[in-house]
Design a protein around this ligand. Sequence first.
Ligand code: OXD
Ligand code: MN
Length: 620
Amino acid sequence: MIERRDIDKEFYMTTTTIPPKGPRIPAAATAGVHTTPAANPHVRKWIEECVELCKPDNIYYCNGSPEERQALFEQGVSDGTFTRLNQKKLPGSYLHRSNPNDVARSEHQTFICTPSADMAGVTNNWLETKAAYNKLRPLLDGCMRGRTMYVIPFVMGPIGSPLARVGVELSDSLYVAVSMGIMTRMGDVAWRQLGDSDDFTKCLHSILDCNPDRRYICHFPLDNTIWSVGSGYGGNALLGKKCLALRIASFLGHQQGWMAEHMLLMGATAPGGEKTYVAGAFPSSCGKTNFAMLIPPEKYQKQGWRITTVGDDIVWMWIDEKTGRLRAINPEAGYFGVVPGTNERTNPNAMAAMGHDTIFTNVALLPDGDVWWEGKTKQPPPRCIDWMGKEWTPASGTKAAHPNSRFTAPANNNPAIDPAWDDPAGVEVAAIVFGGRRSRSIPLVYQAFNWLHGVYMGATLGSETTAAATGQVGVVRRDPMAMLPFIGYNVRDYFVHWMRMRKRMVDCPRIFHVNWFRKDAEGNYLWPGYGENMRVLKWIIDRSHGRAYAKETMLGWMPKAGDVDLDGLNMSAAQFEALQAVDVDEFKAEILSQEELFLKLAGDLPKEFIFQRELLIARV
Ligand code: OXD
Ligand code: MN
């Protein structure tokens, strides 16, 4: 139990992600905990090479046990990586403050490293393989002197799944070691899954001195290798997530005939018990976690509707040999969700998920050891310590929590976790939903005419940028399939891969487009969003089973006011029609702006897209 005294002391403490210099022996607390080096000869050899390069003072092999996690937290509290939170309110939970220069994914410093630029394509930063190794090797040389190298074996995907993949991350960050323990199936289980095989992703990470000028996230898909230096931020440093489960996995999926996508995966159980799984691709910070954890309005709950979460960020999908249909797993084991705006009303399941055993990153700290962020409560606290460790009051005129502050929580914490979330056989996907954050022009919901049209719809997805990546916020960016920063190979081949997948399916998921964020001229949202999205989801589910009505429009199949349940919403049919309206001139401008990516692709644009675009222009 934490004492008041400790909280007050920690209340004034700031932390840094740079591992301390000077000898850093694995904490006394971790001594005596199982530290067997990897038995696999391929892993051993690679670790030896990395040790020779990075020259750590200590090596600590993570085993993934609860005792180890506790010991690592204790060590993190003693060296300043973590602040222990109020253990009565948030049992097992800790606060981490990152370096203020290191709060989001660094897309401009993220590279696909291949022999030719064409393998990376126009949407990626490219470095020639050898040039990339040569650039990073001097930075890694001796970078772990005076530090501990954590050896973090992990599995992406349910153990025993045909798609499950093993990775081993070597990192000098304690925060990374503990976070990987939440976000993946981490520890001895990975050695067992790997056996004697050499098929594992080699992930090397050092935070160096956390200098943005020495920050590189390099992927070597042909070597199944990731080198990341200079950042401790989740998307840059937890290498199982965006780097392995999206960039490397999308490359492997293209080679091997499966798909790695930036999608949530949810189960919807209808009153009679019918279960439908829906996957959804939304760019970062567009409410993916909220949609994946949706709580249906009371009326729907009374009828017997229930929504369950398989995953909130990434899916791996393959074609089932027996049925010829698309199946999916969530490769992750935890959530790394944005917290600002999250509260009991907007996402009670996320609030419950972060109620214990959670790492909060860059949120504000209250005097009693609880946490706070903008949107958690209507009234801000009279005082707190902000995400940078400074005294804050509502008069400060700054944000108390960083806009991209996060919670890292085990998937099991979610009260609405789907019973099949850990099933190696995965679940069958009935619908794929694409969505962006668009304040104008784009209707609430419509359905693609067919798979090919749906692929075109996904390829032209646009969204207003948010704080999840560094760069300008609020401009429309084309984000094909919400994968722009995550496609690990040439986007041209990625589009072709999507189209080819259809040829191998007996039946395919239906494809939809949604926009929860449309606003009126005064800037008010036209749709209430959150739990009310259930009404749109129900139409999507019914359409996927060939039931609900729709009218043919120039964009695709659309519900009329009577086709989506508005009962209890205080929304007139006319207001709904306004949400669904398409202004021809505005849409012409939209088509022009969709050209942005296509122009870059120029002669490489798949011919199917040229036809789709011509058809769309003809309809408009
Ligand atoms: C994420 C992101 O963290 O997409 O999931 O940035
Ligand atoms: Mn994401």
